[in-house]
Design a protein around this ligand. Structure first.
Ligand SMILES: Nc1ncnc2c1ncn2[C@@H]1O[C@H](COP(=O)(O)OP(=O)(O)OP(=O)(O)O)[C@@H](O)[C@H]1O
Ligand SMILES: [Mg+2]
Length: 234
């Protein structure tokens, strides 16, 4: 198991913008995410954190370098194949959680399952109920998400990210719009699930308390990782 790596990238490069105002947003980024590990990416605004996350999330393509997810090389794949890999292997949590507010918590969690199309309606309902139970929302399955608190909505977003049992969860400021207590609670919950289910989590954060509680802090500047620091925890 020790040589297993859920996500690995080497020398990722990305240019953004038009010819006359081109930004070299990624200048050779390499990372390895092992099972049951939690990684923070930190760095000043504009250093390329979201650009990196989009590429690792197969939502954007690099101009150079390579990416492997669960042993599958990702390059030159057609769009439909990329979409399938994204649905199968990756879960996403973003700051503006993009829940469908008229949908219930349970329906929101079923969205990625519908996209993957492997479960029957009743299997999807049962899995969504189970995941929402794990994040402490078992009693609010049928509540429209607009009638949930910010912290509860973030827990629905966590359950939704887990819907298809991904290898890797990518999160951009996942707790950015929550107060400190709720933010810490959502992060601890996510970390516990990632450890128990041997997933890998990569999160972008400006919250130093959350970064310090990760296994690794990757410090980014001007499109490169300038330092990767392991954190020792109990
Ligand atoms: N579509 C785009 N066209 C041109 N430049 C872009 C585009 N998207 C991002 N950039 C630029 O690329 C660089 C990296 O942006 P990115 O969004 O990755 O930063 P970030 O580290 O996530 O910042 P923040 O902490 O503010 O979210 C910035 O200079 C940004 O202005
Ligand atoms: Mg960003």
């Amino acid at each position: 198991m020790s040589d297993q790596i859920w996500l690995s990238c080497r020398d990722l490069e990305r240019y953004l913008g038009e010819e006359d105002s081109r930004v070299h947003a990624l200048r050779g980024v390499s990372l390895d995410l092992e099972p049951a590990t939690v990684h923070a990416v930190v760095g000043p605004s504009g250093c390329g954190k979201s650009t990196l996350l989009y590429i690792l999330g197969l939502l954007d393509q690099p101009d150079g370098g390579s990416l492997t997810i669960d042993g599958h090389a990702i390059s030159g794949l057609p769009d439909d194949e990329l979409a399938r890999k994204r649905n199968e292997l990756l879960g996403f949590i973003f700051q503006f959680h993009f829940l469908l507010e008229d949908f219930t918590a349970q329906e929101n969690v079923m969205i990625p399952m519908r996209r993957l199309g492997r479960l029957t309606e009743s299997e999807m309902l049962a899995r969504a109920a189970q995941l929402l139970g794990e994040v402490g929302l078992g009693a609010k399955l049928r509540r429209p998400s607009r009638h949930l608190s910010g912290g509860e909505q973030q827990r629905v977003a966590i359950a939704r990210a887990l819907a298809n049992n991904p290898r890797v969860i990518l999160a951009d400021e996942p707790t950015g719009n929550l107060d400190a207590a709720n933010s810490n609670r959502a992060f601890q919950l996510l970390k516990k699930i990632v450890r128990e289910e041997r997933k890998a989590l990569l999160l972008v954060t400006h919250n130093s308390a959350i970064a310090e509680a990760c296994d690794w802090i990757h410090e980014m500047q001007d499109g490169v990782i300038v330092g990767s620091h392991p954190r020792e925890h109990e």
